[in-house]
Ligand binder design. Structure first.
Ligand SMILES: Cc1cc2nc3c(=O)[nH]c(=O)nc-3n(C[C@H](O)[C@H](O)[C@H](O)COP(=O)(O)OP(=O)(O)OC[C@H]3O[C@@H](n4cnc5c(N)ncnc54)[C@H](O)[C@@H]3O)c2cc1C
Length: 357
């Protein structure tokens, strides 16, 4: 490695994890960020956008607004090699790296430009406004937060939520699930657990596996997402993928078997819940370790990341309420709502990236 020139850091994936690594290193390394989109959509705010499209003005931010010293490569990574050390993109670019950071998470979809994404949001909003009955498919955090947003802003609409598993928000404990269920049913949401939609007919009636019928003018699919790691198949990193398509990392967040390839965020196999506040912590460790290796530290001197042992999380329930699972208890109502639900951490995230909140 030639230490006289700036080290080339290629970050693949500009979600919460990737942008924080790029931001931390932009002034001291030559950083390139590869992502098919030209913007960060702050994920915590995504569902408020559907009920209040103007919210997207703050929650969808062009990378160029805060990554001013980063080379932005609007493309998907399609392959990577170690010798030569380079990443290939769908537009035919080959980006050499001294350090590679993989943060392709699990949200590969989304319009390529901010303007197109805002058009998608406006279309979803019109669809929502024009419907008197709505079906939400999926009772994870996304489905529950969306149902909460809709019943808060449009209490006159009839909302049903279908969840395949036995409880809602299964990434948290049973107490949080029950509290979320009780809150939704208190707002007249019809929640069907252990059910799957098998068919829809016209006029729109959805039928579940057990034959229950749900009339709905429109529906939103909020089922789980998969790690975005298929582009690593057939590369030298394929053997570092676990059975779920996540990258195995050591305590320094180096991808197993490598000395200059890091991973952070939802793509890692760390045994903890997949959350943005943890992705930010990973990003800090990765940036610190790249700095140390640039300054000739040994792999043994690297900073270690300790996975979160007990699941902790905060799911918003519309603008004023939420359900929080904390180390000392699980709470529902306006107190958790005060922490997250008004602004959905958008101001805090913007500030962390050096933007006005
Ligand atoms: C509605 C909602 C609410 C949430 N609320 C909270 C919360 O309150 N608190 C919390 O801590 N967490 C929350 N989370 C979870 C949190 O958002 C995720 O854990 C976090 O976004 C993960 O970030 P990431 O950067 O690892 O991955 P992602 O956000 O998935 O980003 C991955 C990026 O990689 C890009 N990409 C994918 N494939 C390629 C490729 N081949 N080449 C180049 N780029 C690629 C994608 O375009 C994307 O930009 C919430 C999630 C959702 C959906």
């Amino acid at each position: 490695m030639d230490k006289r020139r700036k080290q080339r850091v290629v970050v693949v994936g500009g979600g919460i994890a990737g942008v924080h690594v790029a931001k931390a290193l932009e002034s001291e390394a030559s950083v390139s960020l590869i992502d098919p989109k030209d913007y960060l959509e702050i994920p915590y705010g995504a569902l408020r956008n559907t009920v209040e499209p103007s919210f997207a003005e703050r929650s969808i931010v062009p990378y160029s607004e805060f990554l001013t010293q980063v080379e932005l490569v609007q493309s998907a990574a399609v392959s990577v090699s170690s010798s030569p050390a380079q990443v290939s993109t769908s537009t035919g670019r080959k980006l050499p790296y001294d350090f590679l950071v993989i943060s392709t998470g699990s949200h590969a979809k989304g319009a390529p430009t901010r303007r197109d994404r805002i058009q998608e949001i406006l279309a979803d909003h019109e669809r929502l406004k024009g419907a008197s009955s709505i079906l939400v498919v999926g009772g994870g955090p996304v489905g529950v937060e969306l149902a909460g947003e809709i019943v808060t802003d449009f209490p006159e609409k009839s909302v049903s939520l279908v969840q395949g598993g036995p409880r809602l928000i299964e990434f948290l404990g049973p107490s949080a699930s029950t509290k979320a269920l009780n809150w939704l049913t208190s707002k007249s949401v019809r929640v069907l657990l252990k059910e799957r939609i098998t068919s829809s007919a016209s006029p729109p009636i959805f039928t579940t596996e057990s034959g229950k019928q749900i009339p709905a003018d429109t529906h939103f699919v909020c089922t789980g997402s998969r790690p975005s790691s298929s582009w690593l198949k057939g590369t030298f990193l394929e053997d570092s993928l676990d059975g779920n398509g996540r990258l195995r990392v050591d305590s320094a967040l180096l991808v197993s078997g490598t000395r200059n390839v890091f991973a952070c965020g939802d793509i890692t196999d760390l045994k903890e819940i997949k959350q943005g506040f943890l992705a930010e912590k990973h990003a800090k460790v990765v940036a610190a370790n790249i700095r140390k290796l640039t300054n000739d530290a040994d792999c043994g001197d690297l900073r270690c990341y300790c996975p979160l042992e007990r699941a902790m999380g905060l799911v918003s329930l519309g603008r004023h309420a939420g359900v929080a699972q904390l180390p000392f208890g699980t709470f529902v109502g306006w107190i958790p709502g005060l922490v997250k639900s008004r602004d959905l951490f958008v101001g805090k995230t913007r500030k962390g990236l050096g933007l006005r909140s």
